[in-house]
Design a protein around this ligand. Structure first.
Ligand SMILES: C[S@@+](CC[C@H](N)C(=O)[O-])C[C@H]1O[C@@H](n2cnc3c(N)ncnc32)[C@H](O)[C@@H]1O
Length: 488
């Protein structure tokens, strides 16, 4: 059963009555991972972000699904990203090894039994490029990225699964697809990092190099597709050498929602997808049930709460850190996540490392991201508590949290600064809550709540629509009651 189907099988009324089966205040691990990279200026809006008439494959928010593949000894968790060295100008200093992205090639190689050649035509007599012809299974195609010296290697393979009759294999549309990744990445670079005049060098969906990418991918002509990628690289390298891509990247500022989804899917596929089944290891009917808010709804949260690069965001119970990374990428803000369960937290940290190197490859700013392994309720042991008190936006995906946890969270909210916005999937304020002398000191009384509907595909555990809540800390609502109690 997939995570999507398995989650929250319990009814809401069941959840309410569930006793907590793991103790609060679990001993904290104080390990944390932070990046605070240099930021590019964010002066102007995105360059064009459209697709030039070419239908990029699946919509990005559908792609961040969890893999059903099982972990094996040779799973890519053991992949060590290739290390490169940077030469420095100071002759006395040793060159520092620098982490680079986890290449698609390495990741797919580790699970190669799940892949088959994508291209049916592997020989091209007219192909005079220096590559070996016919293309072999282990042929590595390189794609140039916007960042200086940045590129990625890919194998020209497709993911496969046994068909319903179990007697043949077919393409698995749910798994990571290297050829689609090269193809989409090339189009994102074309659409977002080049001015219209520069794009003309590469053509578009109806002519030139970009057309050839589509045509030869669709015709499954390997050598011609590889040749189109080589030509694409040549042009991009020229623009990079002239400093044009770096200039355009500065203009781009933060990536759009769609580009963010593409990059975060790259991150997810190289770090978590092959081990996503491990996320099923939680105690049923507990606070630790795992589920995700999908990227489209996170995008709505960003807009609704007006987050900017100056905001402070925190996800209480951040799981594998998807929301934290998306908010950081799209806004460039300080973005924090705390997670009690070891496995998802490790994955969040693994994603963060890949995110940092990949954003550099895309020549994009990362925001300041920090993950903490710990219990958000243990305020004494948890240095995130200080950060929480200055947060502008908190997310609590508390759909499966029991009443005790929601109550304890609400008590913590008394310490939040004025104006903090709390997004949750269950309201912290009962519908008929009234402010009066008796309730004046309750956290519910300082929260002004708005209710919104989310639509299908917005969360991982159901295709149905549902509600989310946006509570704003507003102590001014208490003033009339205090004035009445203590007249001047
Ligand atoms: C439903 S998942 C949400 C993941 C992510 N925030 C999202 O919405 O996509 C809830 C997460 O909260 C975590 N959690 C529950 N109680 C916690 C606590 N006391 N401290 C930290 N994390 C907790 C669970 O382990 C689980 O990973």
């Amino acid at each position: 059963m997939s995570i999507r189907n398995k989650l929250y099988l319990l009814s809401e009324s069941d959840q309410k009555d569930k006793l907590l089966t793991m103790p609060f205040g679990l001993k904290k691990q104080s390990s944390s991972t932070t990046i605070t990279p240099a930021r590019l200026p964010t002066s102007s809006p995105h360059l064009t972000n459209k697709v030039n008439g070419v239908n990029k494959a699946d919509p990005p928010n559908l792609k961040r699904r969890l893999s059903s593949s099982t972990c094996s000894a040779s799973s890519p968790s053991s992949i060590t990203p290739v290390k490169t060295t940077v030469t420095t100008t100071a002759p006395t200093k040793k060159p520092k090894p620098m982490k680079c992205i986890t290449h698609s090639e390495l990741m797919v190689k580790a699970i190669k039994s799940k892949y088959r050649p994508f291209f049916t035509q592997t020989n091209d007599e007219t192909d005079d490029s220096p590559r070996s012809s016919p293309l072999k299974d282990d042929y590595v195609l390189t794609l140039e990225y916007p960042g200086t010296g940045e590129y990625e290697n890919f194998l020209l393979l497709k993911p496969i699964k046994l068909n319903a009759r179990q007697d043949d294999i077919e393409e698995d549309n749910d798994e990571y697809h290297p050829v689609n990744d090269i193809y989409q990445t090339a189009f994102w670079i074309h659409d977002c990092y080049l001015t219209p005049a520069q794009q003309a060098r590469l053509g578009d969906g109806s002519h030139g190099i970009m057309r050839n990418l589509t045509k030869y991918r669709n015709r499954r002509n390997g050598p011609r597709f590889a040749h189109a990628v080589d030509e694409f690289n040549k042009v991009i390298r020229e623009f990079k050498a002239a400093g044009e891509i770096a200039r355009n990247a500065k203009q781009l500022g933060h990536p759009s929602y769609d580009l963010t989804c593409h990059i975060l899917y790259q991150v997810y596929s190289r770090t978590v997808a092959h081990q996503a089944d491990a996320l099923n290891n939680y105690q049923a009917f507990s606070n630790y049930v795992y589920g995700e808010i999908n990227a489209s709804l996170v995008n709505e949260f960003i807009t609704k709460t007006n987050m900017t690069s100056k905001s402070v965001f925190m996800d209480l119970g951040c799981g594998i850190g998807n929301v934290v990374l998306q908010v950081a990428a799209q806004t460039g803000c300080e973005s924090y996540g705390i997670e009690i369960m070891e496995t998802p937290c490790k994955m969040a940290k693994r994603q963060l490392k890949e995110y940092a190197t990949r954003m550099k490859a895309w020549s994009l700013p990362t925001g300041k991201v920090h993950f903490r392994h710990g219990d958000f309720l243990d305020t004494a042991a948890n240095d995130m508590y200080t950060t929480m008190k200055r947060a502008d936006v908190l997310l609590v995906n508390n759909y499966a949290f029991d009443a005790t946890t929601n109550h304890s969270l609400a008590q913590m909210f008394l310490d939040l600064k004025e104006g903090t916005k709390i997004i949750s999937l269950k309201s912290f304020v009962p519908k008929h809550h009234k402010i009066n002398q008796r309730t004046l000191d309750m956290p519910e009384s300082i929260l002004k709540v708005e209710e919104f509907e989310y639509y299908s595909e917005a969360v991982s555990w159901t295709n149905n629509s549902g509600m989310y809540y946006l509570a704003t800390v507003d102590r001014s609502r208490l003033k009339p009651f205090y004035d009445a109690l203590y007249p001047k």
